[in-house]
Design a protein around this ligand. Structure first.
Ligand code: MN
Ligand code: MN
Length: 301
């Protein structure tokens, strides 16, 4: 148990994030603009006095994660889409992380159900001392029962102050890892389900970044961009679109060039979009919770 840790603040970021997901359910409709939805969710957080723990991810169909629309994005949701909304608020060092899937197609209900039921089954297993492989086994069993495949190279994780992915990995199948959950530990569980291969690979597009080492870029542009990143985003993931807004005079090309320079120097971590290996449809559900002695407390509610 971290005595300095303020669980009250964690519940605060959890609850506002849950409300943002409810809002997303209203916003994601056939014909609605993907960028507009992302921006409205961002304003919702900021309007309520919260920062974002990471950019709002809106990943459609075979894209499983890490898509966040740039300002040039013109995509409108179609009646065939299955849409993952993954978001989280931040207050000081308290971070939240949760996700839902909205099936506009009406034909991927089975995947969404598999993901939602797997999450509930997994949560019912959580308690201090539980091995992470047992949680994974539970997720895998629901997947099998529903005729879906869990995505094996994605999973849940520990969340510490100022680190969205910390210590522990919670697999979406029994991976043999007998690492145990600890009392007071904050974790996110996120079963991804697909009708494809059951794994994701990196796409070429990168919309989400995070500051890594402190570097000294040569170009004036990269220096200005990096100083803004250091000051404003600290070590939390940020969206290309946020920089586009801040450096609108640079334009997309020069901004990308500055980010490339920073990445080459080791100043930036890149989070490329993650795409299902056989282009299968993907559903994801995620909740954040506190591990207790005998069970857990969900905070994104
Ligand atoms: Mn997430
Ligand atoms: Mn997560």
């Amino acid at each position: 148990m971290d005595k300095e840790y303020d669980y009250g603040k964690l519940r605060g970021v959890g609850s506002i994030s849950y409300r943002a997901l409810e809002k997303a359910r209203e916003l994601v409709k056939e014909g609605a603009g993907r960028l507009k939805v992302a921006q409205e969710l961002e304003s919702f957080f900021r309007g309520n006095g919260y920062e974002m723990a990471f950019p709002v991810n809106i990943s459609v169909n075979e894209t499983a994660a890490h898509f966040s629309p740039g300002l040039e994005d013109t995509y409108k949701f179609s009646a065939k889409d299955i849409v993952k909304i993954d978001l989280g608020a931040r207050k000081d060092v308290y971070l939240s992380d949760c996700a839902i899937t909205i099936d506009l197609s009406g034909s991927n209900g089975k995947l969404v159900e598999a993901s939602e039921e797997a999450l509930e089954a997994a949560i019912s297993k959580v308690r201090a001392g539980r091995e992470v492989r047992e949680i994974g086994r539970e997720i895998e069993a629901v997947a099998k029962n529903k005729g879906a495949k869990p995505i094996k190279n994605l999973g849940g994780h520990g969340i510490s102050r100022d680190e969205l992915h910390s210590r522990i990995f919670i697999p979406n199948y029994d991976n043999g890892d007998n690492e145990k959950l600890e009392e007071g530990e904050v974790i996110a569980i996120e079963p991804f389900m697909t009708d494809g291969y059951g794994a994701v690979e990196e796409g070429s597009e990168v919309q989400i970044f995070e500051k890594k080492d402190d570097v000294a870029p040569r170009s004036q542009e990269a220096r200005e961009v990096f100083s803004h990143i250091q000051k404003n985003y600290l070590t939390y993931p940020f969206a290309f679109s946020w920089l586009q807004k801040e450096f609108s005079s640079l334009g997309e090309f020069k901004l990308r060039r500055a980010l490339n320079e920073l990445a080459m120097l080791g100043g930036l971590e890149l989070y490329p979009v993650l795409i299902e290996k056989k282009s299968g449809m993907v559903a994801q559900t995620e909740k954040e919770l506190i591990v207790t002695k005998d069970s857990c407390e969900v905070v994104t509610k």
